[in-house]
Design a protein around this ligand. Structure first.
Ligand code: GAL
Length: 634
């Protein structure tokens, strides 16, 4: 399989006369893919049953004739006004019970049966018409599930569906009462019809109730997506894809991914640095025009796992975006660097968002590869450069890492349901470990909890709220080092504290006797250097003590390769712990200069310079935004 580039295009935004010239320029730039259609419902069916596919037929023909392959999006993220008029109760309700109205996008509740039927109908029509079209080489379902906080809805439709979901899961109200501990505060139910959604309660709702609702909300996304893939599969053999997002964890992407062939995600490094990555002012200033040096890579590795090895960038930032609090322009070379970094992590395709900047509506300040007047914007030249470069380096691939980091979506929900410390965030915790590994030059695989661990030397499982016994046993049997914690296995799947107390790892006599969350600025120093922040646990037991707090209390305890970590390490402590583990295992690490990052493929080592100044790797100097490719040794 070869590395390819593409672009997102909206033929319905432009006069038909410009389509051939657009298509010609796309092909000339070296693009392979063009994604279309995902917001076009009002032009495909302006009123109920009045289908207008003629323009889409022609658009696909024009693009295909230029040699481009089409990714056709199902338009279900933007139901037109008449659909909402027909189903006024299809809108999601927020936690205050207010409808999230028409006039932008994603204005639907995943649980609404009437809306689901409309989606099935339009997807069937598209699949019947284009499923065998030779130019349509891939499909995208909907657009960015969960974007704009749309996974969760407190509508009547959601409540009805949740009651049904509870009946399926628990079988009897008594079993549900027992599982949730509803005897506390007399919250017991006599029938599933008495159960409401966990909003608008006087004080916090039962965390078990909220957790069940979060599982339900995730399952609704899975079912909604599956309704589309079942239809598409009947009409096409082309791969089915969804475009996921950065730092969106409200539904289980591994579950959605089971019904798709390829995972993709939408990468906006500079917008994310501004509004989605923790970091002090100095960090944000240093990477203002490049994006965080680890945030993209983390998602590349995560979505490679979601796609079971196959993944794309469906939308790549090409210039300033419109949606972050401030929107500077990327440093020259960054658009190229971002694309190459994705390829180094195994991407099959990188598609830029979007072809031409739209002069109208919400995203008129969002750059494209072309300006609104069709003159090339700076991103176009970089796209063309990457196209020329991949022609000489076509092979898709990334090395299998020796280090694995377990990622578990329900744990992200669990610590939102019950953070215990206001800034305890699951992604933040996992990402802090990932960042420390990368800063040591390591390639990392992010893996699902069910992924076999064979071949991994070092496996990390931070913050996984409920850990199945099977995974505990696999970690205990790892030939290497398994580092578990903090807060891992501290709840049952139904959200109560297990007894025997956590972490209850096989053969390891360690008990978390008490936990503390720490406000910002409060750190507990560790003997020998580094500290813990946010979270610290008091450990008991007879296992060997690896690291201690300055007070002498145990922080890391273990037996053989199985270790439990009872706190949230600062960057310095993560480095100490991970470098120590790698040294024990004989895994080579190196301390990289700020902003320099590595990723290995089977044949090459890629070096990326995210710094705004030159950096040196071995004997090579990389300019800002530089990409270096070295043959892999050994
Ligand atoms: C994505 C979305 C696109 C566009 C883009 C702007 O989240 O899928 O439709 O809105 O952001 O950056």
């Amino acid at each position: 399989m070869t590395r390819t580039l593409g672009v997102c295009y909206y033929p319905e935004h432009w006069p038909e006369e410009v389509w051939p010239e657009d298509a010609r320029r796309m092909a000339e730039t070296g693009l392979t893919w063009v994604r279309i259609g995902e917001f076009a419902w009002s032009r495909l069916e302006p009123t109920e049953g009045d289908y207008r596919f003629d323009w889409l037929d022609r658009a696909i023909e024009v693009l295909g004739a230029a040699g481009l392959k089409v990714i056709l999006g199902t338009p279900t993220a933007t139901p037109p006004r008449w659909v909402v008029t027909k189903h006024p109760d299809m809108l999601a309700l927020d936690a205050e019970g207010r409808p999230r109205g028409f006039g932008s996008r994603r204005h639907y509740c995943f649980s609404h049966r009437g809306y689901l039927a409309e989606c099935r109908r339009i997807v069937t029509k598209l699949a019947e018409r284009y499923g065998r079209n030779s130019h349509v080489a891939a499909w995208q379902t909907d657009n960015e599930y969960g974007c704009h906080d749309t996974t969760i809805s407190y509508s009547d439709a959601a409540r009805t569906a949740f009651r049904d979901w509870c009946a399926q899961r628990y079988q009897s109200p008594e079993a549900l009462n027992r599982a949730w501990g509803n005897v506390f505060w007399s919250m017991e139910y006599a029938s599933f019809d008495e159960i409401d959604l966990p909003n608008l309660t006087v004080t916090e709702a039962n965390p078990a109730h909220v957790m069940a609702f979060r599982r339900f909300a995730s399952d609704q996304v899975v079912a909604f997506n599956r309704a589309q893939t079942e239809i598409l599969r009947r009409h096409t053999d082309a791969p089915l894809i969804h475009n996921y997002m950065g730092r969106v964890t409200e539904f289980d992407h591994f579950d959605v991914g089971q019904d798709l062939d390829i995972a993709s995600w939408d990468s906006y490094p500079m917008g994310f640095l501004m509004d989605r990555v923790e970091g002090d002012a100095a960090h944000k200033a240093a990477y203002l025009r490049q994006g965080d040096p680890d945030f993209q890579a983390f998602h590349h590795d995560l979505y490679r796992a979601v796609g079971r090895g196959r993944w794309w960038i469906m939308e790549q930032q090409p210039g300033p975006v419109n949606w972050a609090p401030w929107n500077p322009a990327p440093l020259p070379g960054m658009v190229r660097l971002w694309a190459w970094e994705a390829f180094a992590h195994g991407a099959e395709a990188v598609c830029f968002f979007r072809w031409r900047q739209a002069p109208f509506a919400q995203e008129q300040m969002h750059a494209g590869l072309l300006r609104p007047d069709s003159v090339a914007a700076p991103g176009l030249g970089e796209a063309a450069q990457v196209a020329a470069e991949i022609a000489d380096a076509p092979e898709v691939g990334t090395a299998r890492a020796e280090v694995a980091l377990i990622f578990d979506y329900p744990s992200a929900w669990a610590w939102q349901v019950q953070p215990q410390g206001a800034d305890f965030d699951y992604v933040r915790l996992v990402f802090s470990a990932y960042r420390a590994l990368r800063a040591r030059g390591l390639s990392v695989d992010v893996i699902a909890p069910e992924t076999p661990l064979d071949g991994y030397r070092l496996v990390l499982a931070p913050g996984m709220f409920a850990m199945p016994d099977g995974l505990k046993a696999r970690l205990a049997a790892l030939e290497g080092i398994a580092l578990v914690g903090p807060r891992t296995a501290s709840k049952t799947a139904e959200f109560s504290i297990p007894v025997p107390l956590p972490p209850a790892l096989p053969g390891l006599d360690v008990t978390v006797a008490r936990v503390e969350s720490l406000p910002p600025g409060e750190e507990r120093p560790v003997a020998g250097g580094g500290a813990v922040a946010h979270w610290v646990e008091h450990l008991e037991g007879s296992a060997e003590v690896g690291l201690c707090l300055a007070t002498g209390e145990a922080l890391v305890m273990g037996r053989g390769g199985l270790r439990y970590l009872g706190g949230w390490p600062t960057a310095a402590l993560w480095d100490r712990i991970l470098a120590g583990a790698c040294a024990e295992l004989g895994l080579a690490t190196e301390v990289l200069p700020d902003g320099l990052r590595l990723r290995d493929t089977p044949s090459e080592r890629f070096v990326f310079n995210y710094a705004a100044h030159p950096q040196t790797y071995r004997d090579h100097t990389l300019p800002p935004a530089g990409v270096l490719r070295l043959p892999r040794r050994g």
